[in-house]
Write a protein that binds this ligand. Structure first.
Ligand code: G3I
Length: 451
């Protein structure tokens, strides 16, 4: 195993870093409210997923540093990034995020140690005994490098199938090591860093359903047999197909009642405006109603870098303006954010025109589909907007309405035809018909710009 000298350096500084984080939280509680300081007032953290390659972007870093008290590396701690070939660890990108977080007094969530996805092919080709050794070496390699620096680790991620069966998902670990791989991973993790909270993390487990029942049964079994587990992460990726469940709080509470913390780990909610804001409020209120819900993490800083960017699911738009969802979260956290503060980007009176663009497929047939892009003005009235639609290479647009297109390759830039002027918060949109030509993939909607 190749272990860098940073391991020693990191471990030696960890105590100082923890003290710095507490000091920063105490200071920020007195300053103007932000997501992190308002959540700290409720005894919670408020975090975000971070990508190392965006840290050099001034607005990205400024928003991150101002608002959040915890970070989760979005991809940089995954197996393919950290141990691309057996025994050779590479921590460069993850270290950048951890160093940045520590310099700002933020805590770090570790994501993730054992997962079927983003797994290098060498792992899948091992026999059972070798795979067990490799899994434990991987856990020890990561947790050793960051010992004392991670508040919670997603030890095992997404080990259960979707759908009604509540069965385990097929993976090299499940298929070769059987059900016991999960508890083995947790036992190894406890020994590797006894100070870190050890979490099981999954999606579509946010309400009471067959999948969450299966996870519940596993956690209950672990607690009864003394398998070390401290928390359950609820990813909470929501959209119209998977809305915030009405029994979300109840579900968090039943897990907490097993004697584990619960955390909302990858929150994003597709949509815009007041409907999106109301959904975010439901999530924050559910966490605050459960005393063992120790914190929330949104899955990205800005809509433009979200894994679901066309669904604009986050709290800051592509221009880093605060969205109505931001004001709703801050308010639900008890923050004294002033939605009408002209000094706040995105609030009425800030003088900065902004807009968001959201996409839906409104009709679908074998050879084509209709798409609709909704343009919504931010906190200022706007007189014009521009949105880009990048089509998969095979597809072509046969009709477009309520907008004026210009083309560059497969990128269609759309400006208003008659509908450029919008009041603050008002919406318009354009539609188009696409010939699939063999590709059913969705177009990618770029950042909306306004003047
Ligand atoms: O970095 C490469 C880039 O060099 C390359 O040009 C490009 C071409 O596709 O790919 C880039 O890597 C992408 C990476 O994100 C960074 O942007 C990968 O293809 C892409 O697969 C990867 O997606 C990540 C996804 O996990 C992979 O499973 C998303 O960013 C990340 O948000 C998402 O996060 C997951 C959680 O870990 C677990 N829960 C669900 C959640 C959402 O899918």
């Amino acid at each position: 195993m190749t272990m860098t000298v940073r391991r020693l350096t990191r471990a030696a500084t960890a105590g100082l870093v923890a003290a710095a984080a507490l000091t920063a939280a105490a200071h920020s509680a007195e300053a103007a409210d932000t997501l992190g300081s308002a959540a700290a007032g409720q005894g919670r953290y408020f975090g975000t997923a971070v990508a190392a390659n965006h840290l050099g972007e001034a607005d990205y870093a400024a928003t991150l540093d101002r608002e959040f008290s915890s970070v989760t590396p979005e991809n940089e701690m995954k197996w393919d990034a950290t141990e691309p070939s057996r025994g050779t660890f590479s921590f460069g990108s993850a270290d950048r995020i951890v160093d940045h977080a520590q310099s700002q007094g933020m805590d770090v969530r570790g994501h993730t140690l054992v997962w079927h996805s983003q797994l290098p092919s060498w792992v899948g080709s091992l026999g059972a005994s070798d795979l067990r050794t490799a899994m434990n070496d991987h856990i020890n390699g990561l947790m050793g490098h960051y010992k004392g620096e991670i508040h919670s680790w997603d030890v095992v991620n997404e080990a259960f199938q979707d759908g009604g069966s509540g069965a385990r998902r097929s993976s090299p670990f499940q298929d070769k090591l059987g059900n016991g791989f999960i508890e083995e991973a947790f036992r190894t993790a406890r020994a590797a860093d006894p100070a870190a909270k050890l979490c099981y993390n999954d999606y579509n487990t946010d309400g009471v359903n067959a999948k969450s029942n299966a996870v519940y049964d596993m956690v209950k079994d672990f607690k009864s047999r003394g398998v070390p587990i401290d928390c359950v992460g609820f990813q909470s990726h929501f959209n119209s197909n998977s809305p915030v469940p009405s029994d979300y709080r109840q579900n968090l509470q039943r897990f907490a009642d097993l004697g584990v913390d619960v955390q909302i780990t990858e929150l994003d909610i597709e949509g815009s405006g007041s409907a999106q804001a109301a959904d975010y409020t439901k999530v924050v209120e559910a966490c605050l109603a459960v005393s063992r819900c120790t914190g929330m993490t949104v899955w990205g800083v800005t809509d433009k870098y979200s894994w679901r960017s066309s669904g604009t699911p986050l709290l800051f738009d592509g221009n880093y303006s605060e969205k109505p969802a931001y004001d709703a979260v801050l308010s639900a956290l008890g923050g004294s954010g002033d939605p009408g503060d002209p000094d706040d980007p995105g609030d009425p009176g800030d003088g900065t025109p902004s807009c968001t663009a959201t996409y839906t497929r409104t009709a679908d047939w074998s050879s084509g589909y209709n798409g609709q892009v909704t343009i919504t003005a931010g906190g200022e009235p706007i007189s014009s907007w521009t949105a880009t639609v990048t089509l998969p290479a095979q597809q072509s647009v046969s009709a477009l309405w309520n907008g004026t297109p210009t083309w560059s390759g497969n990128v269609m830039t759309v400006r208003p035809s008659w509908n450029g002027t919008l009041a603050a918060g008002a919406s318009t949109g354009f539609g188009f018909t696409v010939a699939k030509n063999g590709s059913d993939a969705a177009p990618v909607i770029g950042t909306c710009t306004a003047s």
